[in-house]
Design a protein around this ligand. Structure first.
Ligand SMILES: C[S@@+](CC[C@H](N)C(=O)[O-])C[C@H]1O[C@@H](n2cnc3c(N)ncnc32)[C@H](O)[C@@H]1O
Length: 415
């Protein structure tokens, strides 16, 4: 039988080499019995969320510099410390199981010494009196991001943000009104051991309370799509703006399918063939007829003008670091700058083909949001309820992620 901790270590090493945590977990979890899947998911995502704090502890207890510790040993140590600090794993088991992951005698004795040192002496983490150190080390936030939060929100606000984005986010389902109703879906999921409650904020949205709907029969039957509330809001905004929409960055089809469910005529395309195949699979599963093609949004192959282009542009994904925590360790201000240039180019190339463009990104970093559109003509965004879901800045909208437990997104209408 496979050792779940070994699978977690292998997943963390793959992420360290550049893979996405969600793809790695989807693949690796298949080899494990259901009872171990939750443990491995929590361990892998938890280690990625709290990496800054765990590394501080390792550096505090070790006489070797962090960069000099092999990835295998470093990740095993992160896992061991995370189990002791944040999971209900007895300390002796966390130490023994971590040491057992390593084969070379010196690696085993090094790991053993660090973990026993942690149990014996603990670590003195920076406190609130040193705000930047506190956010970066104690609350595991990249320094550049900590500086931005401190500057925009002060210490209390920055602390709330760091804690929110270091917690597992809720999973939201969008009920497919073309195939079922919320009542029928809730009962169908219950029969599969999945408990939900209605979202207070928007109709036909369910919040998962217990169980995993990703492998459910109801999903295969196309009764729902897994989609965060902030993304669902993009669909509602677009549907208010037009009934004929081109979505040139559409894969895997979340917003296109929502729009089609709401009755819009949708043309969906994307530069990536494999991702577009995923979108097609989703449209079929949901029972939707949507015209599709593969193409580069920077070289639009369409003719005429669409009443609306929904541009859900490629972005840093800094607004979903609670779901994809590896992102925060990969992004930096230089990368944000080059993403801004790509977003701006897409927007400029698409402008002649849309009467209006709803520009959406799952990030709230300035480069990718206000800076992309600051010199363009913006229209007043349509009003949709609940209005306090959005934080308005001029004619732009930011999702109120903290108050609504949603992703952090940005939306604006460009003329
Ligand atoms: C944020 S994702 C889209 C998510 C999708 N709208 C949804 O709701 O499921 C951005 C997409 O842009 C695509 N993309 C990146 N550069 C592109 C380009 N130059 N032209 C078209 N699509 C592009 C990526 O392949 C990716 O699928």
């Amino acid at each position: 039988m496979k050792n779940p901790r070994y699978i977690a270590l292998s997943a963390l090493l793959q992420v360290e080499r550049g893979a996405n945590s969600s793809q790695v977990l989807d693949r690796e979890l298949k080899s494990l019995p259901h009872k171990d899947r939750g443990f491995v998911t929590e361990l892998v995502l938890g280690v990625l969320r709290w990496r800054g704090r765990l590394d501080y502890a390792i550096a505090y207890l070790s006489d070797r510099r962090l960069e000099k510790i092999e990835p295998e040993v470093k990740n095993a140590l992160r896992m061991g410390l995370y189990q002791i600090e944040r999971m209900r794993v007895p300390s002796y088991a966390a130490v023994k199981e971590t040491v057992n992951l390593l084969k070379t005698p010196w690696k085993r004795s090094f790991a053993n010494a660090i973990l026993r040192g942690f149990l014996r002496e603990g670590v003195k983490y920076p406190e609130r009196t040193e705000p930047l150190m506190y956010l970066t080390h104690t609350l595991s936030t990249p320094e550049w991001k900590a500086l931005r939060w401190l500057d925009e929100l002060g210490l209390d606000g920055a602390e709330k943000m760091a804690l929110y984005f270091n917690s597992p986010p809720p999973l939201y389902l969008r009920v497919n009104r073309r195939k079922t109703s919320a009542e029928v879906l809730v009962k169908a999921l219950e029969r599969e051991g999945i408990l939900t409650e209605p979202c207070r904020e928007i109709p036909l949205c369910l919040k998962v309370k217990k169980g995993n709907p990703k492998n459910s029969k109801a999903l295969r039957k196309g009764f729902f799509y897994i989609q965060d509330i902030a993304s669902q809001m993009a669909g509602f905004l677009a549907a208010k703006l037009a009934s004929k929409v081109w979505d040139p960055c559409s894969a895997p089809g979340g917003k296109s399918s929502h729009l089609a469910e709401l009755g819009a005529e949708v043309l969906a395309s994307d530069i990536s063939f494999p991702r577009m195949r995923l979108a097609l699979k989703n449209f079929r599963r949901l029972g939707l007829r949507i015209r599709v093609f593969v193409g580069d949004g920077e070289k639009p192959p369409v003719r005429g003008k669409f009443p609306l282009i929904l541009l859900d542009a490629p972005c840093s994904s800094m607004g979903i670091i609670h779901r994809a925590p590896e992102v925060k360790w990969r992004i930096n201000p230089q990368k944000l700058q080059s993403l801004k240039e790509k977003q701006r180019k897409l927007l400029e190339r698409l402008l002649p083909f849309g009467e209006r463009i709803l520009y959406v990104v799952c990030t709230q970093e300035r480069e990718e949001t206000l800076s992309v559109v600051e010199d363009l003509t913006l229209a007043e965004p349509p009003k949709i309820s609940p209005e306090n879901f959005f934080l308005r800045r001029g004619k732009t909208l930011f999702s109120n992620a903290l108050d609504f437990s949603s992703d952090a997104m940005f939306y604006t209408v460009v003329l």
